[in-house]
Design a protein around this ligand. Structure first.
Ligand code: SF4
Ligand code: FE
Length: 483
C-alpha cells in the first residue's frame, strides 16, 4: 500500500497509543477531541488531495527507490521541478485548509537527513545513510505522516548545550548501549506531532566537540515508551469546546503545537542517523531550515489566498467593494502574497543537486523567502482588518444570534448589504478573525515570524550566503579602484 485514503489515515492514527496532555489532563481519545480534531483534519487533506485525479501530478510522484506511486510529502526531491512542485502543492493545501497542514516538516526532515547522512558516511564510514534509506522507504510504502523535530528548549541562549545548568535543555544521548542509544530532552513548538506516526529528531544548532552527546539524529514511532506531548494553548481555543461553529471561523481545519518530552527514550541502532559527529550538526540544521523556509513560500501563500478572498467577500458584504482605496488595498495584498510565492519558486528553480543525489534549494533565496514572510503576512493581515471593519472583533456570539428574544436585533442591526444575510456576513468576519487573531493566527501570522526560524536566524544566513566580497569587487571594478 503506497497511498492511504484520508479515512485510512485517520484510522491509522486512532490505532496509535499516544500520550497527550491538554489542560492538565491526559486525553483519552485525542482523535475526537474538539480542540485537536481540526488539526487532524488538516493533515487528512494531504491524503484526500492525493486521491483526487485533479491533483494527482502535484500530490503524488513515482518513488525512484521503490518504483511505486507515493505521496509527494514522503518524496526525496529529484530535480528543481520537484522542488517547485513541492511549493505548488503546499500552496494548494493552504488554500484547502486555511491552516497549517503540518506534513511538510517531515518532508523537509527527510530531504535534509537524506543528504547529510550521505556526507557523514563519506567522512566517517558510518552506516547512517543506509539506515535512513531503509527507514525512508518504509515511510513511503506505508504513506506515513512524519514530524520533523528540531527546536530544543535552549535554556540560556548565551550558553552552548553542554554549558547549560540543566543538561537536558538540549536533547542528548544519556546512555550508549550495544543495541542502540537512550535519549533525554524535549522539542518545543512541534507542529502536528500528535497527528504523526513517526518523528525524526535532529539537532537544533551548530556544535563544538564538547557537545558530542547533543549531536544526535534519529527516528522513533510516536508512541515510543517515554515520549509524551503537552499541547500548547491558542487564543480562542476554547471556542471549539462550545456549541458553535460560527464563532470558530474555521470549524473544520486547524493546527496545534506541542511540547514533546523524550523521557529516556530508546532508539535502536538502525534508526540512528547521527551520533556524535558534531561538525555535521550545522549541515543538517542549515538544510532542514532552508527547506522549511522554502516551504513557507507555499503554505503561507495558500493561506494568504484564503485571507485575501475572505477580505474581498467582506468588502462586498459591507458594500465597499467599489471604493478605489478598497480595490487598491486588495491589489496590495495580492502583490505581497505573490511576492512571497515568487521567493518560494525562485529558491526552488535555483536549487542544486547534493552529493547524495537529491536536490537542495538555493539557501540564500530560501532565507530571503522566509525573511519576507516574517513581514508581509503582517501587512496582509493589517489590510484585511482595515477592510473587514471593527465588527470582526466586536460581533456578538452565535448564541446571541440564535436567541429567540435578542437574535432578531443582532440580525437587524448587523446586516450589511440587502441581498446578503447577517449570518453570512458574520461567517466571513469570523473567518478573518480566525486567520488574523484566532487559532489559525498561530499557523499564519505568528508562525510567519517564528516558524522555520525567527528573523535573525535568516539574517545570519543571508550574511553568510550573500557574498558581500564579490559585490565590493564589482563596485571597485566599475570605479576603477585597484588595491
Ligand atoms: Fe507546512 Fe507551513 Fe505548517 Fe510548516 S507552517 S508544516 S510549511 S503548513
Ligand atoms: Fe511551521
Amino acid at each position: 500500500m503506497a497511498l492511504m485514503t484520508g479515512e485510512q489515515y485517520i484510522e491509522s492514527i486512532r490505532n496509535l497509543k499516544m500520550e497527550i496532555y491538554l489542560f492538565g489532563e491526559k486525553v483519552d481519545n485525542p482523535y475526537d477531541h474538539p480542540i485537536l480534531r481540526p488539526s487532524l483534519n488538516s493533515v487528512r487533506m494531504t491524503y484526500d488531495l492525493a486521491q483526487d485525479p485533479q491533483y494527482e501530478d502535484l500530490m503524488t510522484v513515482t518513488s525512484p527507490f521503490t518504483g511505486n506511486k507515493i505521496n509527494r510529502f514522503t518524496h526525496i526531491h529529484q530535480s528543481t521541478e520537484d522542488l517547485k512542485n513541492k511549493v505548488k502543492m503546499q500552496r494548494l493545501c493552504g488554500q484547502k485548509t486555511a491552516s497549517c497542514f503540518q506534513r511538510c516538516v517531515g518532508m523537509d526532515a527527510f530531504n535534509a537527513t537524506y543528504s547529510t547522512t550521505f556526507e557523514i558516511d563519506k567522512a566517517y564510514g558510518t552506516n547512517y545513510h543506509e539506515n535512513f534509506k531503509k527507514y525512508m522507504m518504509y515511510c513511503q510504502e506505508n504513506d506515513l505522516m512524519i514530524d520533523g523535530a528540531m527546536t530544543d528548549p535552549k535554556g540560556d541562549r548565551s550558553k552552548a548545550p553542554h554549558e547549560q545548568e540543566d543538561p537536558d535543555l538540549y536533547l542528548r544521548v544519556v546512555e550508549r548501549r550495544a543495541d542502540g542509544i537512550v535519549v533525554r530532552g524535549a522539542k518545543a513548538h512541534q507542529t502536528g506531532i500528535c497527528n504523526s506516526h513517526e518523528v525524526i529528531v535532529m539537532p537544533t544548532i551548530s556544535m563544538k566537540p564538547e557537545d558530542k552527546d547533543y549531536a544526535v539524529a534519529f527516528s522513533v514511532p510516536i508512541d515510543a515508551k517515554g515520549l509524551f506531548m503537552i499541547i500548547g494553548r491558542q487564543s480562542c481555543d476554547t471556542r471549539k469546546l462550545e456549541d458553535t461553529t460560527l464563532d470558530v471561523g474555521n470549524a473544520e481545519f486547524g493546527g496545534v503545537e506541542a511540547l514533546v518530552v523524550f523521557d529516556d527514550v530508546f532508539v535502536p541502532n538502525d534508526r540512528i542517523f547521527m551520533n556524535g559527529e558534531t561538525e555535521f550538526a550545522n549541515m543538517i540544521v542549515e538544510r532542514f531550515a532552508g527547506y522549511h523556509r522554502q516551504s513557507y513560500g507555499g503554505c503561507k501563500v495558500g493561506v494568504g489566498d484564503v485571507l485575501i478572498g475572505a477580505t474581498a467577500v467582506a468588502a462586498e458584504y459591507n458594500g465597499v467593494q467599489k471604493a478605489s482605496h478598497v480595490k487598491d488595498k486588495l491589489i496590495e495584498m495580492i502583490h505581497l502574497n505573490e511576492t512571497l510565492y515568487c521567493c518560494g519558486i525562485a529558491c526552488s528553480s535555483e536549487g542544486e543537486q547534493t552529493e547524495s543525489g537529491n536536490y537542495l534549494i538555493n539557501l540564500l533565496l530560501a532565507n530571503v523567502c522566509k525573511q519576507n514572510i516574517t513581514r508581509f503576512p503582517y501587512e496582509i493581515v493589517r489590510l484585511a482588518e482595515d477592510i473587514a471593519g471593527g465588527l470582526m472583533v466586536t460581533a456578538p456570539s452565535e448564541k446571541d444570534f440564535r436567541d429567540p428574544k435578542i437574535g432578531k436585533y443582532v440580525d437587524k442591526y448587523l446586516k450589511g448589504v440587502g441581498n446578503v444575510s447577517t449570518e453570512n456576513r458574520l461567517k466571513i468576519l469570523r473567518l478573518i478573525e480566525n486567520l488574523a487573531l484566532g487559532t489559525a493566527a498561530v499557523g499564519y501570522r505568528t508562525e510567519s515570524m517564528h516558524g522555520a526560524g525567527s528573523p535573525q536566524a535568516q539574517r545570519i544566513m543571508i550574511q553568510r550566503q550573500g557574498n558581500l566580497e564579490e559585490k565590493k569587487k564589482f563596485a571597485k571594478a566599475i570605479a576603477h579602484i585597484e588595491d
